[in-house]
Design a binder for this molecule. Structure first.
Ligand code: IPD
Ligand code: CA
Ligand code: CA
Length: 298
């Protein structure tokens, strides 16, 4: 006859489960770091080479030989360690066809518990011009929740990472958002998507908010911009038409660093929400009021 578990048995079971989960997450983080470092090494080595630049959704939406090489390498690293996992990458989609802006899983990733969300080179326009602000972004979603995020800037050897519930780090040291509360002391950033009507919508927002804050930057790599909020270099960031691969890792990192991420309104940001507002939290309500993104026509 099976023995009835005692309360001590169930505590031991829960502890074992937590330990297993922790060691699995450690392994996934190590995979993400390794893949990001290998992709960044390609980016650094290929600077100034023939990039074979072509366009995607619009004349300003670029893809280079290096974006594709990096995604190949990242997929190779992930699948060598975790062969059953699904991958959504900007350049190859999820294996069921080219990536879609709404990142809807196709048959090939549907039903799998683990899905990696990869931007092999965030900041391609910068990279193609030799402007040294770009990165690799890799996140792992388990059962629909992002659990691990890594954003690596090879130019500066800066590795931002987070595991859900464990805080965020930069090169292994804990990071936190800024304490700025006054808009006039705030340094913000934004991005202008490749979609023309969204650029047109964001220009008046930029012009209206600029005189209300200390200044606004437009660095050009959303994943890194968000990590700059996480480590307090920026107080806030917004953009109107991002994809899940741009932000999946950064959103976890800034939240784990104590920041707040919403869509156009005050509801927490979800990966299928194109509008993203990230801040140190203290400024968030003020920032949403200044931006008024929920009043924009679609
Ligand atoms: C772009 C960058 C840019 C942002 C665009 C993104 P890509 O990603 O993050 O800063 O403004 O919306 O698409 O194409 O360089 O990977
Ligand atoms: Ca991107
Ligand atoms: Ca990209």
């Amino acid at each position: 006859m099976p023995s009835t578990p005692s309360p001590d048995d169930s505590n031991t079971g829960a502890a074992d489960h937590d330990r297993d989960r922790d060691s699995a997450l450690d392994a996934y983080l190590a995979t993400a770091v390794q893949a990001a470092r290998e992709a960044a090494a390609i980016q650094l080595a290929e600077r100034g080479s023939d990039l074979q630049v072509s366009t995607k959704s619009s004349a300003v939406d670029l893809v280079t030989r290096v974006d594709k090489l990096c995604e190949e390498r990242i997929r190779h690293v992930i699948l060598a360690r975790h062969p059953g996992h699904a991958i959504l990458g900007e350049e190859q989609g999820d294996g069921g066809g080219p990536s879609q802006p709404d990142a809807t899983p196709t048959h090939s990733s549907a039903g799998r518990r683990h899905r990696w969300i990869v931007d092999p080179l965030d900041g391609t326009v910068n990279y193609a011009h030799g402007f040294p602000f770009y990165c690799v972004s890799i996140a792992l979603e388990i059962d629909g929740t992002v659990e691990v995020g890594v954003v690596y800037d090879g130019e500066r050897d800066e590795l931002f990472s987070a595991v859900r519930g464990r805080g965020a780090t930069l090169n292994g040291d804990p990071i936190g958002v800024s304490t700025t509360t006054a808009p006039r002391s705030a340094l913000l950033a934004t991005g202008f998507a490749y979609v023309e009507d969204k650029i047109a919508l964001n220009v008046p927002v930029f012009a209206r908010v600029l005189p209300q804050v200390q200044s606004i930057r437009r660095p050009g790599a959303a994943a890194l911009d968000i990590c700059y909020v996480a480590c307090g270099r920026l107080d806030g960031f917004w953009e109107l038409a991002l994809n899940s691969w741009d932000v999946a890792a950064g959103v976890l990192i800034v939240r784990e660093a104590g920041g707040t991420v919403t869509g156009a309104g005050s509801a927490p940001y979800r990966l299928d929400d194109p509008v993203l507002v990230a801040s140190n939290g203290h400024l968030h309500a003020t920032l949403l009021d200044l931006l008024r993104l929920d009043q924009l026509r679609a």
